[in-house]
Write a protein that binds this ligand. Structure first.
Ligand SMILES: [Ca+2]
Ligand SMILES: [Ca+2]
Ligand SMILES: [Ca+2]
Ligand SMILES: [Ca+2]
Ligand SMILES: [Zn+2]
Length: 572
């Protein structure tokens, strides 16, 4: 489905000539494009000294020995508000690029991102109109000067790559873009259209008559990643931009559709050329930015941090959790919560280990026992009739406190990466929320099951569209998990009446397996640690877990007593 979709876009764009021959942020002089690779001649130290001489640095961020970072800086002119949606979008952008660079570079190598916000003391109009060097470079010089002043950055900063996003529009003919040429490069300046694009808003043509750019959020993420590449002095491929077939790229279609040329437009469906990867990984200035970072999502219900799910039951009356630890095959008990609480176990502090945690409807408070430092966190969030749906929605590898409100079908998510709460309506009253990462981008997706239609509706945030799949019957237990190990959750149900698992595997297609029987409760998780969810049930009559390990085979674990509840079942 997806490859076909992309092919259609390619054909449409190529035939109509709409595909840009250079990067998205190429600005225009009349109808003539300026390269996004900003020549250093445009910039001079004196242009910046105008600001740094008269202003103090507000932050000293760059110290020798600090980990090197890619900095994503949101600059807010004095006549603009700091916007939460822009903050969230820049955070998303930074993590999407971090993840994509890791995929491209391999060996877990990627950069460390940091997102920051500064309100400046100049108006949006000042950036385009304040005389500062050549008129094409006014906007750049003004934004760079202010960006460096607030962030503490500078030309050729060995410890940071600076990506400034200013909520202001350049005038027609003024350039934006990046420079990575040593010793004075290492920066990019992007503008209000990027912030609009990253939040799915209509862009404002820089010059009268410019066509609108409606390619969607991914295209703007790809564009910013292309500029980030320029901050490391990655060039456009040879020949590209000279015109003709595939933009004149010497490397033909392969070069043309690479990330450092038109490929940004198809993010995440693009790639670095071998020479780009080679430069990032071996260049003495670039390579220190790329360190191995473990970006694997924590395992579900893993209380001993071995990335293997542990069977867990909860005694409703006493509030006692019993965990069968996979690492030692021993049972540990912990009292947390009380009768009436909802179990919301997840990794809230991001150490890879599941935290004992409950949500108490009576006071709408989340009580989380953090595994990192054994501190107790209480967060009031939601109302008594909400359904708790904690997941990692923003991709920072920490679960976000979240509820779905049945009366309005609004998802309220307290995003751990930005501490910003977002509200998004998806579904309708009577639906059942079933969030999971269906598309495999490491962010959980809003999704609901509609019992009246036996339909799964899955929202695809960056495409602003949804998938609908009819699957399952009324009375089925909904168990969206990654059964086939492709890192995408599969649409799946367990049917109590016949003990069958029906799985629409995103990699392997439909299959069904009989495991368990009427009276059991499904408790799917990855109990043998092969990154595939295992078919598994808890049998109350005998207080046993029956686990069909996808690699390890059948495992039977006795735990607790008949009146207990299995935590996996209630973890929604
Ligand atoms: Ca474990
Ligand atoms: Ca998170
Ligand atoms: Ca996702
Ligand atoms: Ca498994
Ligand atoms: Zn470029």
């Amino acid at each position: 489905m997806k490859p076909l979709h992309i092919c259609l876009i390619l054909l449409a764009v190529l035939s109509s000539g709409l595909i840009p021959t250079q990067a998205q942020d190429l600005s225009r002089v009349g109808s003539t494009k300026i390269s996004d690779q900003i020549p250093m001649e445009w910039i001079s130290a004196s242009n910046l000294e105008n600001f740094s001489a008269s202003s103090q640095r507000l932050l000293n961020a760059t110290e020798v020995g600090q980990p090197r970072k890619a900095r994503f800086v949101y600059l807010v002119p004095s006549d603009k508000q700091v916007r939460d949606d822009y903050k969230v979008a820049l955070f998303d952008l930074a993590l999407y690029l971090r993840d994509k660079y890791q995929k491209e570079l391999g060996n877990d190598l990627t950069f460390l991102p940091q997102v920051e916000v500064y309100q400046t003391d100049h108006t949006a109009d000042w950036y385009r109109s304040h005389v500062n060097g050549g008129s094409s470079a006014w906007f750049l010089n003004n934004a760079l000067g202010e960006g460096f002043r607030y962030s503490g950055g500078y030309f050729g900063d060995p410890n940071n790559r600076w990506n400034f996003f200013i909520d202001a529009d350049p005038a027609c003919g003024q350039g934006i873009g990046a420079n990575g040429v040593p010793p004075n490069g290492g920066w990019a300046v992007l503008s209000a259209n990027d912030l609009r694009g990253l939040t799915g808003k209509q862009n404002v043509p820089q010059c009268a008559g410019d066509p609108p750019d409606n390619a969607g959020i991914y295209r703007w993420i790809g564009g910013a990643g292309h500029e980030l590449g320029h901050t490391w002095d990655l060039p456009h491929p040879p020949g590209c931009g000279s015109g003709g077939e595939y933009g004149g790229c010497t490397g033909g279609a392969t070069a043309y559709f690479s990330w450092m040329y038109a490929g940004y437009y198809f993010f995440p469906g693009t790639y670095f050329l071998a020479e780009d990867k080679q430069k990032l990984l071996t260049d003495s200035i670039d390579s220190p930015f790329f360190q191995p970072i473990d970006l694997r999502s924590p395992a579900r219900l893993d209380f001993d941090d071995d990335r293997i799910s542990d069977p867990v039951i909860w005694n409703v009356g006493a509030g006692v959790w019993q965990v069968y630890k996979s690492s030692t095959a021993t049972i540990t008990s912990f009292q947390w919560g009380a009768n009436g609480d909802e179990l919301v176990p997840n990794d809230y502090d991001g150490d890879g280990q599941t935290d004992f945690s409950v949500w108490r409807p009576s006071d709408s408070t989340w009580y989380i026992f953090q595994s990192t430092d054994s501190t107790i966190v209480g967060v009031t969030f939601g109302t008594a009739s909400d359904i708790p749906v904690p997941r990692d929605y923003d991709g920072d590898l920490r679960a976000d406190i979240a509820v779905w409100r049945p009366s309005s079908a609004v998802w309220y998510v307290y995003r751990s990466g930005t501490n910003i709460t977002t509200a998004f309506q998806f579904g309708t009253t009577g639906d059942i929320p079933i969030p999971a990462d269906f598309d495999g981008d490491k962010r959980n997706d809003y999704a609901i099951f509609r019992p009246s239609e036996n339909a799964w509706y899955i929202y695809k945030s960056y495409l602003n569209s949804f998938d609908m799949v009819t699957f399952g019957l009324s009375g089925d237990e909904l168990v969206p998990q990654d059964f086939d190990g492709d890192s995408k959750a599969d649409i799946a149900v367990w049917r109590p009446s016949d003990g069958n698992w029906y799985v629409l595997g995103s990699a392997v297609g439909f299959y069904s397996t009989h495991f368990g029987s009427s009276g059991d409760l499904p408790v799917p998780a990855d109990y043998d640690g092969d990154a595939k969810t295992d078919l598994s049930v808890w049998r109350p009559s005998t207080a046993t877990f029956w686990i069909l390990g996808s690699s390890a085979g059948l495992q039977v674990v006795s735990l607790g007593q008949s009146s207990d509840v299995p935590v996996a079942f209630h973890a929604r």
